[in-house]
Design a protein around this ligand. Structure first.
Ligand code: HAM
Length: 431
C-alpha cells in the first residue's frame, strides 16, 4: 500500500491550495509570449529516443546519463522529453511550418524528465516555459528573445537575477577553440576528474562547466572562446550586445557559459540568482543554427530559451514576493429543505454566469454546519434560503464582514443585482 500513496523521488505534487501560484506565473508568461508574437505549440511527452540523441547531443550528460528511455511493446525505443527544444523542432519540421512564413515563433509549457540526483531546485520531473524562434539569423532576434525573458523576470517582480551572456561561436571557430582547450587541459591530465578526461576527447568545452573545485581552479586560466571567434561570430555577438544596450538590458559577458546541451551556436545566455542555493539558473537559452539540419531539415538558423517554473517559484518565495490569492467565494447560499436546495441551484447558475465564484451545500450539511463552511471558505456574502424566503420570493443577502444585510428579490433580477452589490462593496473594500 505504501508504494501507491508515495510519489516518486524527485517529483512534486501541486495541490489545489498552491496551484494559483503556478497559474499566476503561467499567466504572465502567456501574456508576454503574446505581446512578443509567440504562439503556443504542444508536443507529446515522449518522442523517439533518436530525436534527443541527435538533437540534444550524444556527449551531453542529459543523453548519456539522465534520460528516461524505454522500449515500447512494439519494440521502439522512446524517451520522456528531457527538454522542450528538440520536440518543438521536430514538430516544426514534420508539419513544414516554414511554408507558413518565417520566422516561426512558438511558445510552450512542458513537463521534463531527467534522472538527476534530486536536490533543492533540481527535480526528476520539472516544468519549463520556453520560447523558440525558427528561420532568422539576425542578432536582433537574439536580443528580442532575451528582452522577452527579462520582461517575464521583471513582471514576476524578481530582483537580483543577473543575465550572463556569451558566444560559443560557430563550428568553425569552435574547432579552433576546442583544439586550444585540448592543448591547455592536456597539460593537466593527471589532475582532471575522470569525467573531464573523457570530455577532453569528446567535448572539451564541457570542461569549463565542471563542478569539481580542482577542475574549476584549472579552468580559470583556460583559453576564452571570445578570443577565438571568427569575424562573423564576433560581429554577431557585438550586434546582440548593441541591441541589448539600446534596450537598457544589463548583462555581464561570462566566457565560461557553455550550456549543457550540444545544439548551441553563437549566442548563449543564462539568468542566474544566488538566492536559492546551488541550482540558481532560472533560465537558459541561445542560438542553435545547426539543429534543424541535424534533424533532417533545411538550414534554418534558430534560437530559444526555457525557464524552470519550480526554480522561479523558489526565487519568488526566497524574495518574499506576494502572489495575489484568488478571489474568495462571493456568495454562499445556505439552504433549509429540498425546495430551497432546488431554488439555490437556479440562483447560483445566474450568479456564476456573471463570473462570480458562488457555492451552496452539496454535502448534505445542516444549517449550522453550512454557515461554518461559508466562514471557512471566506465567503463575502451569505444568504439563507428557507420556506419563508421561498414564500415571499425575496431574501436578505448578508455581508459577512460588516454584517450589513440587503434584501434582494429571488427572481430573474437576482444575479445581476447581487453582482452590482458585490462589485460596489469590493470597490469600497479597496478604498
Ligand atoms: P536547460 O538549461 O537544460 O535548457 O534548462 C532550462 C531551465 O530549466 C534551467 O535554467 C532550469 O531553470 C530548469 N531546469 C533544468 N533542469 C532542471 C531540473 N532537473 N530541475 C528543475 N529545473 C530544471 C534547456 O532545457 C533548453 N531546451 C533551453 C532552450 C530552449 N535552449 C534553446 N531553446
Amino acid at each position: 500500500m505504501a508504494l501507491i500513496t508515495k510519489k516518486i523521488k524527485g517529483t512534486e505534487d501541486v495541490l489545489p491550495k498552491q496551484s494559483y501560484r503556478w497559474q499566476f506565473i503561467e499567466n504572465i508568461m502567456r501574456e508576454e509570449a503574446r505581446v512578443y508574437g509567440f504562439r503556443e505549440i504542444r508536443t507529446p511527452v515522449f518522442e523517439h529516443t533518436e530525436l534527443f540523441a541527435r538533437g540534444v547531443g550524444q556527449t551531453t550528460d542529459v543523453v548519456q546519463k539522465e534520460m528516461y528511455t524505454f522500449d515500447t511493446k512494439g519494440g521502439e525505443s522512446v524517451t520522456l522529453r528531457p527538454e522542450g527544444t528538440a520536440g518543438a523542432a521536430r514538430a516544426v519540421l514534420e508539419h513544414s511550418l516554414e511554408n507558413e512564413g518565417l520566422p516561426i515563433k512558438a511558445s510552450y509549457f512542458v513537463s521534463c524528465y531527467r534522472y538527476e540526483k534530486p536536490q533543492a531546485g533540481r527535480l526528476r520531473e520539472f516544468h519549463q516555459f520556453g520560447l523558440e524562434e525558427y528561420g532568422t539569423a539576425s542578432p536582433a532576434a537574439d536580443a528580442e528573445l532575451i528582452c522577452a525573458a527579462q520582461s517575464i523576470i521583471d513582471r514576476l517582480g524578481l530582483t537580483q537575477v543577473r543575465l550572463e551572456l556569451n558566444s560559443i561561436g560557430c563550428p568553425e571557430c569552435r574547432a579552433k577553440y576546442n583544439q586550444a582547450l585540448r592543448d591547455y587541459f592536456g597539460g593537466y591530465r593527471d589532475r582532471l576528474c575522470a569525467t573531464c578526461l573523457t570530455r577532453l576527447e569528446k567535448n572539451p568545452m564541457r570542461l569549463l562547466d565542471c563542478k569539481s573545485p580542482q577542475d574549476r581552479e584549472i579552468a580559470k586560466d583556460a583559453p576564452k572562446i571570445t578570443d577565438y571567434l571568427c569575424a562573423e561570430c564576433e560581429n554577431h555577438f557585438a550586434a546582440v550586445r548593441q541591441y541589448l544596450d539600446a534596450a537598457g538590458i544589463a548583462y555581464t559577458v561570462n566566457p565560461t557559459i557553455v550550456r549543457g546541451l550540444d545544439y548551441y551556436t553563437k549566442t548563449v545566455f543564462e539568468f542566474v540568482t544566488d538566492c536559492i542555493g546551488a541550482q540558481g539558473t532560472v533560465c537558459g537559452g541561445g542560438r542553435y543554427d545547426g539543429l534543424m539540419e541535424e534533424l533532417g531539415g533545411k538550414h534554418t538558423p534558430s534560437l530559444g530559451f526555457a525557464m524552470g517554473l519550480e526554480r522561479l517559484l523558489m526565487v519568488m518565495d526566497a524574495q518574499g514576493i506576494a502572489i495575489p490569492q484568488p478571489a474568495p467565494c462571493a456568495l454562499y447560499i445556505a439552504t433549509m429543505g429540498d425546495s430551497a436546495k432546488v431554488k439555490a441551484f437556479e440562483l447560483l447558475r445566474g450568479v456564476r454566469e456573471c463570473g462570480l465564484y458562488a457555492e451552496t451545500d452539496v454535502a448534505g450539511r445542516g444549517l449550522r454546519a453550512q454557515m461554518k463552511y461559508a466562514d471557512k471558505i471566506g465567503a463575502r456574502y451569505s444568504l439563507v434560503l428557507g420556506d419563508n424566503e421561498l414564500a415571499e420570493n425575496k431574501a436578505r443577502v448578508k455581508n459577512m464582514e460588516s454584517g450589513e444585510q440587503t434584501e434582494l428579490a429571488l427572481d430573474e433580477t437576482f444575479a445581476e443585482r447581487f453582482s452590482v452589490l458585490h462589485l460596489t462593496a469590493d470597490t469600497a473594500f479597496e478604498m
